[in-house]
Ligand binder design. Structure first.
Ligand SMILES: [Fe+2]
Length: 269
């Protein structure tokens, strides 16, 4: 289990404003050759770690690899979600539009610490579909004090129909504490307008005045998307991307070109 923050064991190239790319030192290595404790310690320190040049694992191997680090989140489809654009999507995760910011596990019994993607087929350049990560610990650190006070009083109830593997009602304080680093995190899922999204997400704010609630939501839309806090990952075939779920929010840009991308996701509690 990776429970303490230590210097990132895996060397690589740091990106701005965060994330690290680690390239396989020799040909013929696969993800299974990377010690998972080293990988997750690197993810804790860099928030997003991209492995390039490592062979991907099949589903059984990927489960076995990740299970060494902790329990896996299990859904009605199992532990590995195939993210592909479908002809007849019931959920926005599977259509060509954007996926607004959220964190994984808001509607689950447990919030995963990490999730791992492996990309079986990337997007062609300019086709869109980048996964975007926002570092909420940095957003919080750089926010003005009066806003932080307002955030600290805010609790949000999220409501969505269960059209895919998640849904129902979930209630979360807007601010959280990172279980390992102790940093203050922002736990926020952006509302999904029924006019635009297949599965609307409705938010009810409590603890602050309604006019402050409107201001908080408008401000978060600006602040969380500020490029100073965001890393957008363009998918290449063979990429393995491992993500720190507590510190970050994530979403996806819409596809402007062909949507042939195929990514698999697994979540580690
Ligand atoms: Fe997600």
């Amino acid at each position: 289990m990776t429970n303490t923050l230590r210097p990132a064991p895996l060397d690589g190239t740091d990106l701005q404003p965060f994330a690290r790319i680690v390239t396989a030192p020799t040909a013929g290595q696969s993800l299974a050759d990377v010690p998972i404790d080293d990988l997750l310690a690197t993810v804790l320190a860099t928030k997003v770690t991209v492995l390039r040049g490592y062979g991907l694992l099949d589903k059984a191997e990927l489960e076995q690899y990740c299970r060494a680090a902790g329990e896996l989140l299990r859904w009605d489809f199992g532990t590995i979600l195939d993210l592909v654009v479908r002809d007849d999507p019931q959920n926005y995760l599977f259509d060509k539009g954007d996926v607004p910011f959220h964190w994984d596990g808001a509607f689950a019994a447990q919030v995963p610490r990490f999730f791992l993607f492996q990309c079986l087929r990337g997007s062609s350049p300019g086709a869109g579909g980048e996964t975007v990560f926002s570092d909420t610990t940095q957003v919080y650190r750089e926010a003005p004090e009066d806003l932080r006070k307002l955030w600290a009083q805010t609790t949000i109830t999220y409501r969505t129909d269960k059209l895919a593997h998640y849904g129902g009602l979930a209630k979360w304080p807007l601010l959280g504490t990172h279980p390992v680093t102790g940093a203050t995190t922002i736990r926020y899922a952006e509302p999904l307008d029924p006019a635009k999204y297949l599965n609307p997400l409705f938010l009810t704010l409590e603890g602050i005045a309604p006019e402050d609630g409107v201001r908080v939501m408008e401000d978060l839309r600006e602040r969380l998307h500020d490029p100073r806090y965001c890393y957008a990952h363009p998918w290449e075939t063979g990429d393995i991307v491992v993500v720190e779920n507590h510190a970050l929010l994530h979403g996806r840009n819409g596809f402007s070109g062909s949507a042939e991308r195929h990514v698999q996701r697994i979540q580690i509690v």
